[in-house]
Design a protein around this ligand. Structure first.
Ligand code: ATP
Length: 378
């Protein structure tokens, strides 16, 4: 099919977007967001954080209480849904069961009075690899194929923004992974802005250029997946996006681009760019795969913030890696994921170990935040 590239400057802009439901519950709280034209954007958050409400306001299915929605300089806040250059793919696909796949895909064009639809439908079926299914009815298709019909049916309308509300939620894990890659390829081919709503952090990180982590109606942090993962700014993001060890410490000073923290008697360094506080108490954060261990006294490959006197509490061999639960000398249990490089066998529970991580991998968060935020949702 021909490229449906976005007009430059047609970013999706949400300004002060707010939704208070009639019962007084504020589901979305003054959201300010710019989603660049042509990007793959993921809105990620636990159930009930306000993702769907945000999406429905952009689609025109929910009236905002306050704020504006614009595409480029065109404000669409109060436009009827069908007047917006926006289409939605829902989790349940909402296909017409009595129409063939071709007819389902042609639906939007026909409704707009277009007579010649054959070539566009053919192109769209090719793009979504459904050519062989053209004459079938939705019930004769697999879940993944139905999902692609829903996508083709939305894309044929050449929207500027495609909203995807948990579009892969009904598929099993393996198919979901395959569809994630396909969706991403289709997005880069058509160049339309995709806004993907999901509670699945892996899905958001795999697919999106930019991920916005939403919690209780506000965006906690937004950025490229690697940026969010490596340098989370809040305990919620640190726990919701992957796993984090968060260890209490007290800032003792700042020198040459690092913040020094007294962590239960061990002085550790944190890169200033990853220190989200530089005074008082804080949570020292370290991802489990960045934690290196070795039997007591043995040299650790990449020494850094070094601690002795830890004990393995649990070892789970996962094939690709071993996941250790390690009790630190101050009693806290931390996670360590060790890649199965074949260098040594699994260390059994009870093994005395030393622990180390490179200072550049640690981050520091303000201790006023709940250390368990985002954890139960994961
Ligand atoms: P999920 O992934 O479960 O769909 P979500 O992040 O999309 O969650 P929303 O559907 O946007 O969340 O809902 C946000 C909050 O608003 C929830 O607490 C929900 O209970 C509440 N809510 C949604 N619709 C209404 C309504 N019509 N009246 C009152 N509260 C509502």
């Amino acid at each position: 099919m021909s490229q449906v590239a976005n007009e430059s400057g047609r970013d999706l802009k949400l300004t002060g977007l707010t939704k208070t439901y009639p019962n007084g519950f504020q589901a979305v709280k003054s959201l300010d967001l710019v989603i660049p034209a042509g990007s793959f954007f993921a809105l990620l958050g636990p159930s009930g954080c306000g993702k769907t409400t945000t999406l429905r306001m952009v689609a025109g299915l929910e009236e905002p209480t306050d704020g504006t929605i614009a595409i480029g300089t065109q404000e669409i806040t109060h436009d009827k849904p069908y007047r917006r250059p926006v289409n939605t793919v829902f989790q349940n696909y909402a296909l017409f069961p009595h129409l063939s796949i071709s007819e389902n895909v042609a639906f939007g064009l026909k409704r707009r009075g277009q007579k010649e639809t054959a070539q566009q439908v053919k192109d769209m079926l090719e793009l979504t690899e459904l050519t062989a299914q053209a004459e079938k009815k939705p019930a004769q298709l697999s879940g993944g194929q139905q999902q692609r019909v829903a996508l083709a049916r939305a894309l044929i309308n050449r929207p500027e923004v495609l909203l995807l509300d948990e579009p892969l939620g009904a598929l099993d894990l393996k198919l979901r992974r395959a569809m994630q890659i396909e969706l991403k390829q289709i997005q880069s081919e058509v160049g339309i802005t995709f806004v993907h709503v999901t509670h699945d952090q892996e899905e958001a990180m795999t697919m999106a250029d930019t991920v916005a982590v939403m919690n209780q109606g506000v965006i906690e942090q937004m950025g490229a997946p690697t940026e969010l993962y490596e340098n989370p700014a809040t305990t919620f993001v640190a726990n919701f996006l992957g796993q984090s060890n968060l260890i209490a410490g007290t800032v003792i000073g700042k020198e040459a681009g690092v913040v020094k923290v007294d962590m239960h008697g061990t002085i550790v360094s944190i890169d200033a760019a990853r220190a989200h506080t530089d005074s008082g108490t804080g949570w020292v954060g370290i991802r489990p795969e960045k934690v290196l261990i070795a039997p007591e006294g043995e040299e650790i490959d990449a020494p850094g913030n070094h601690m002795t006197g830890a004990v393995v509490v649990d070892s789970s061999f996962m094939g690709v890696s071993t996941q250790y639960l390690i009790k630190m000398p101050w009693g806290q249990e931390i996670l360590c994921h060790e890649q199965n490089t074949g260098k040594r066998g699994v260390l059994p529970p009870g093994t005395k170990v030393d622990v180390s991580w490179r200072p550049e991998f640690a981050f520091l968060l303000d201790a006023s935040q709940d250390v368990d935020a985002g954890r139960e949702e994961d």
